[in-house]
Design a binder for this molecule. Structure first.
Ligand code: F1P
Length: 350
């Protein structure tokens, strides 16, 4: 059971190597000429996993390019476009993201933008000859990251890595680009050191609720991790900006809940304080961090140390194999097949 999904999760580090070599080879083609455009705003747009990817992508792009960048579900583009394009004098740069490239809302969003505005549409997909790539003005294809499984795993991290490269190219931040090239090797090391931990966590806990907490660019990762649990294991799961958890949701914390913290460098102290508060509520805690200390080890039941030495915005995808595997093993623990999620199809075509 779940052989496709496990293979796709485990092959991520190799696929990231393809993304890196293709991005570096296409650097000149990939850079969008913002020069001379005074007021530019970038939009990242997708559905499901690809929307959660867009949340992290927008955070990275804003940070690196110092321009406004926002994320929207694709349906919002054509159903409620006024708040998205309020300023008709502004130049908007939309990036539409879709593994399949055939999701109905993504294609309707593309059509809407091209019919109502003159902005060039950028399309990011894993599928050759997909509608999205055929309809986009500028296309980015990562066929190696495509999947047989319904759920998205390596396609999520690979398309996010591509956007990280686009942000590095756009901002000419060579230090950031150099950081990204370390990710495949670092990913292999995370698998080697912690690949068995998710199964151990699931087998030790009788979890009926999962919560994922992340600030800044980590919130998109937390949201995607939440979706993996729902899609693969039909278990209740939620995601919040970390400190939002105190404002009501923490009332549901108990010993049958696993709370996973995406620990950042930037908000580390606040995240650790929250972790200590949540520990007092009795929930089991997994902390995924770059480097642990006594405070983290003292408050968490399980700790993953990525030991990357990379910046917050560069190391994002290293967190994901662990939470993808949590969904995988939670699914198996309920005698479900991660390759065949209940009620789901690989592409939503309305
Ligand atoms: C988006 C998506 C996936 C979900 C399922 C249905 O697909 O919602 O996130 O897991 O596979 O489709 P895409 O637009 O990225 O192909």
């Amino acid at each position: 059971m779940g052989k496709y999904t496990m293979n796709e999760i485990n092959s991520q580090a190799e696929i990231w190597e393809h993304v890196i070599s293709a991005s570096l080879k296409n650097r000149e083609k990939y850079v969008t000429n913002f020069d001379g455009v005074i007021d530019v705003e970038t939009l990242f747009v997708g559905c499901g996993t690809s929307y959660y990817l867009s949340l992290s992508a927008a955070s990275v792009f804003s940070k690196l390019t110092r321009t406004v960048s926002r994320a929207y579900p694709a349906s919002e583009i054509y159903l409620f476009s006024d708040p998205i394009f309020p300023d008709h004098a502004k130049q908007y740069i939309p990036y539409l993201i879709s593994r399949s490239g055939t999701t109905t809302e993504v294609n309707l969003a593309t059509k809407y933008i091209q019919e109502h505005y003159k902005f060039p549409v950028h399309g990011i997909s894993c599928r050759t000859n997909s509608d999205l790539l055929k309809n986009s003005d500028i296309g980015y294809l990562i066929p190696e990251a495509d999947e047989k499984s319904v759920v998205m795993t390596r396609s999520f991290t690979s398309m996010l890595l591509l956007v990280q490269f686009l942000a590095g190219f756009q901002s000419r931040d060579q230090q950031f680009l150099d950081e990204l090239e370390n990710l495949p090797q670092l990913g292999k090391e995370v698998f080697n050191q912690y690949g068995d931990l998710p199964e151990e966590i699931i087998s030790e806990g009788n979890f009926n609720k999962f919560v994922y907490l992340g600030q800044g660019p980590f919130y998109g990762l937390a949201s995607e991790s939440m979706l993996k649990i729902k899609e693969m294991s039909l278990t209740c799961s939620e995601a919040y900006h970390s400190l939002e958890y105190r404002h009501g949701p923490k009332s549901m914390a108990d010993e049958n809940m696993l709370v996973t913290f995406f620990i950042s460098n930037q908000a580390r102290d606040a995240e650790i304080k929250l972790m200590q508060d949540v520990n007092d509520l009795g929930a089991k805690i997994l902390a995924i961090c770059d480097s642990a200390d006594a405070a983290i080890s003292g408050a968490a039941d399980y700790v993953v140390e990525l030991n990357s030495g990379l910046s917050d915005y560069a190391r994002l995808i290293l967190y994901m194999p662990i939470t993808q595997l949590l969904g995988y093993y939670q699914s198996l623990s309920k005698n479900l097949n991660p390759d065949e999620p209940v009620n789901l199809s690989q592409v939503v075509e309305i």
